[in-house]
Design a protein around this ligand. Structure first.
Ligand SMILES: [Zn+2]
Length: 320
């Protein structure tokens, strides 16, 4: 997961003033379809018609970061057999997380043995990578990273609260999901007392931020900004003018950071984060909007296209 509830949680926790291949198989580039990929989906949250939408928009592959592994395996096999239309699906299965209200398609772990068992269960199911989420404890996050590596699986992280992006990157995480939560929140996770998104942005635009971007770049970790999903959050109906304006400013900080990360050599992945149908992030169109926003951030059309194609295929084929 995603998106609105997490973003709302982030907003609450920060008291923001401004806004208040087949699983398990070894993948080689030659085996993967060339074309548009979505680096961050939740297919089974939306349902099977997401596959038609993605196909309609020309999307040939997805990196699914949290869905029901059994359903995805079925869809993947039906697509391979020509019984269903849809993109190539590579998936994490259920997310590894800590205790929280919603436990749908996630494994909640509270000790080291459970964390290792969660990784083993997913690896045995044939997933292509592991996804962790924000309530996983920092200590167990490192257990998951180490154990996933022994099983040959990369880890995509919606960062656990309390782990700064550069620490996760130094520790071998494969990708950092969401410029808003995982990246903008990192100085707070590092212990800086900040109450507004502007303060976290100012920190990233300081010399300290420069050195952390250089440090992250040295690790080879990729970043999936999910700007289009944040834009939908910013446009959410029912928010006051002031809240809306604050969120739009935060989207602006994220775009500036995307360009700085990109210029530092950090691979950018285009991901939509579509999930539930009751939200306004839709399969297919939201990826095209993400590509547009990456260009608005300053990537060339070819670079934005690479973020939604070759960068994702390369990420999938890399080992931890
Ligand atoms: Zn997500």
């Amino acid at each position: 997961m995603t998106n609105r509830s997490t973003l709302a949680l982030t907003a609450v926790s920060m008291a923001l003033t401004a806004c208040a291949l087949g699983g398990g198989q070894q993948n080689s580039t030659a085996d993967l379809p060339q074309g548009l990929w979505d680096a961050h989906t939740h297919l089974t949250w939306w349902g099977p018609d997401a596959l038609d939408s993605l196909t309609k928009y020309g999307i040939v592959g997805v990196r699914d970061l949290g869905s029901d592994a059994y359903t995805l395996a079925k869809w993947r096999d039906e697509i391979a057999a020509g019984k269903r239309r849809g993109p190539r699906i590579l998936y994490a299965g259920g997310q590894i997380d800590g205790p929280k209200e919603s436990t749908q398609w996630r494994t909640i772990v509270t000790n080291e043995a459970q964390a290792r068992r969660a990784v083993d269960s997913l690896a045995d199911l044939g997933v292509s990578f592991i996804k962790v989420h924000n309530k996983l404890s920092p200590a167990l996050f490192f257990v998951v990273l180490r154990h996933a590596k022994t099983r040959g699986l990369r880890v995509a992280a919606h960062l656990p609260e309390g782990v700064p992006a550069w620490v996760a990157a130094d520790s071998g995480v494969g990708s950092l999901e969401h410029m808003a939560e995982s990246i903008l929140m990192s100085p707070v996770y590092a212990g800086h007392k900040m109450t507004a998104m502007k303060e976290t942005a100012d920190w990233w635009f300081s010399a300290a931020g420069d050195s952390m971007i250089a440090r992250i770049a040295r690790t080879g970790v990729a970043v999936t900004p999910t700007l289009a999903a944040y834009q939908e959050f910013a446009r959410e109906k029912g928010a006051s003018e002031q809240v809306h304006a604050g969120r739009m400013r935060t989207l602006g900080y994220q775009k500036q950071l995307v360009l700085r990360f990109h210029r530092a050599g950090i691979p950018i992945l285009a991901g939509s984060d579509f999930a539930d149908k009751d939200w306004t992030v839709r399969p297919g169109s939201s990826l095209l909007e993400e590509i547009r926003l990456l260009q608005e951030a300053g990537l060339t059309p070819a670079e934005a296209r690479a973020a939604a194609s070759t960068n994702i295929v390369r990420w999938i084929t890399q080992k931890p």
